[in-house]
Write a protein that binds this ligand. Structure first.
Ligand code: FAD
Length: 495
């Protein structure tokens, strides 16, 4: 018996494993990754408990009008935290066909009775409803424990034995390398996210970390930022544009959120300066022509310094005399506060290390991370990752030896170094996501097909359309043939 639940609240959460390959598994987080991980673990007959710190499922898609007002740059670890980074008028930057899980189409039939937004590039509420439909279809809520924040994960002694002896654990019924036991200590939280003071502790055979990585702001080091008299906030704390009326605003960072937010702000602001240092497209930084329908958005290179008089100087030497607000759309940091004392992974400049295939620490593969790669289509990739994790845990597929997994990690870092890819791009995929997805499908076994080719083609068509029509790509498109292929696939998945 490996499940030890010292409280009645947790006892009902997880049935004890019945068979040799079954494991008791804690999933941390009830967003898209946690939901699909739970579904795949249950399919593989594991006993699953999903811990979610908030009152409901959905993760970032559960829109929260609250912001971290007391610390809008997210600098203080003790601030009152808000998980979601969605802004009120956000529309997806991927079409719903591409976003969907593999056999759960994001279409009118699935959304019947729930949908209020049939657009291909829909608002956040529609995605939240899709995730609710997913949880309902696979009866996931009964495995979820809401208002439970995992505070600490501790590998218990014989997981350390795994790391010491190269995963040669032979505990009866456990596949090689899977005998680690984790103690998960969680805190009950109240509706405002604060701890109620009630603490629980429970042991699990394995833990799947699905806590998301769009919540902890990542900020550039800007000279003079502390003395700048204007407002400074991170996009994590942006919800709508009214506070920017008539202002001069500098938006730092021009990825998906930066571009969208800059257009929203420009509807009411006097002038908006969108600046970026693009590692992949250095030519971009020299462009200074106005963009956008109102022609009040100007491109600039990165900010070099902020002045105590409200000025902003860019890296090309130009200075704006008076800026009211700096809005940082500079991305997010991975954070696993509950693993800080476990000594299994470390984070250096957004590299979570060491992880085999972005998922398993070589010396403790009873811990898994789902959803780390970025610049990817997340839902279907997280589904493939979860299938692989579930099968590894049950012993249906096996991992390489720890030394080989570590070698993979080392080789990869050497390769990134040789190509002068910054460390913070370790989990970046972009075009590489398709080969990675194929690798995952293959690793799962012959019954898991690769993603159908229309998904990659539609993703690329969307990218091209966005490049050609940045302001209209969500409403005007040229990939009807692919939409039809997606519909055929949806029909097949229902038959
Ligand atoms: P999350 O959704 O963040 O879920 C993590 C969950 O873990 C949360 O519910 C959180 O409360 C919980 N949690 C965290 N720590 C703990 C703890 N210690 N204990 C218990 N629970 C914990 N993707 C797309 O496919 N299309 C888009 O158009 C798109 N647009 C986006 C726009 C924005 C502004 C952002 C921020 C993201 C966007 N994404 C988009 C990416 C999006 O993050 C993924 O689609 C996906 O929702 C990630 O799911 P997740 O489960 O990994 O993380």
């Amino acid at each position: 018996r490996r499940v030890m639940a010292p409280s009645a609240a947790l006892q009902s959460a997880s049935l004890a494993p019945q068979g040799p390959g079954q494991k008791s598994v804690a999933v941390i987080g009830g967003g898209a990754a946690g939901l699909v991980a739970a579904r795949e673990l249950l399919r593989e007959s594991h006993c699953v408990t999903v811990f979610e710190q908030g009152p409901g499922l959905g993760g970032v898609w559960k829109y929260d009008p609250q912001t971290e007002q007391d610390d809008p740059l997210g600098l203080r670890p003790d601030r009152q935290r808000v998980h979601s980074s969605m802004y009120a008028r956000l529309r997806t930057n991927l079409p719903r066909e591409v976003m969907a899980f593999l056999d759960f189409p994001f279409d009118a039939l699935t959304m019947q009775g729930r949908s209020s937004d049939p657009r291909r590039f829909c608002g956040h509420e529609e995605v939240q409803r899709y995730l609710e439909a997913f949880a309902e279809a696979f009866a996931l809520e009964q495995h979820m424990r809401f208002n439970m924040r995992v505070q600490q994960l501790t590998p218990l002694p014989h997981s350390q034995l795994d790391s010491a002896n190269g995963l040669d654990s032979t505990e009866q019924g456990c596949p090689r390398g899977q005998a680690a036991i984790w103690n998960g200590a969680s805190n009950e939280t109240s509706s405002n996210g604060a701890s109620t003071g009630r603490e629980y502790s429970q042991e699990f055979d394995a833990v799947v970390v699905c806590n998301g990585h769009y919540s902890q702001p990542r900020l550039p080091d800007v000279a003079g930022a502390a003395a700048f008299p204007g407002r400074q906030l991170h996009s994590h704390n942006y919800r709508e544009n009214s506070a920017f009326a008539g202002q001069a605003v500098v938006v730092v960072g021009a990825s998906a959120s930066g571009e969208d937010i800059c257009r929203e702000v420009a509807e009411v602001a006097d002038k908006v300066y969108l600046c970026a240092r693009s590692w992949q497209n250095p030519a971009w930084t020299h462009e200074t022509t106005p963009i956008g329908q109102r022609a009040n958005i100007w491109r600039r290179p990165m900010v070099q310094a902020l002045g105590a008089n409200g000025s902003v100087t860019f890296t090309d030497g130009q200075t704006l005399e008076r800026v009211d607000c700096i809005l940082y759309c500079t991305g997010y940091q991975y954070a696993f506060p509950f693993l800080e004392d476990a000594g299994v992974v470390s984070i250096e400049d957004n590299r979570v290390s060491p992880l085999f295939q972005h998922i398993f620490p070589p010396t403790a593969p009873s811990l898994a991370f789902v959803g780390l790669p970025w610049r990817v289509v997340p839902f279907p990739q997280m589904e493939l990752q979860s299938k692989w994790v579930a099968r590894v845990l049950s012993g249906r597929v096996s991992l390489p030896a720890a030394v080989d997994m570590q070698r993979w990690v080392d080789d990869r870092y050497r390769e990134l170094d040789a190509k002068q890819v910054p460390v913070r791009y370790t989990h970046y995929q972009g075009d590489a996501q398709w080969a990675y997805n194929d690798w995952l499908a293959e690793a799962c076994g012959p019954d898991v097909p690769k993603l159908p080719s229309w998904r990659e083609a539609m993703y690329k068509a969307t990218g091209n359309n966005k490049r050609d029509f940045p302001e209209k790509y969500r409403d005007v498109w040229r990939d009807e043939g692919l939409v039809e292929q997606a519909a055929v696939d949806a029909r097949k998945s229902r038959s």
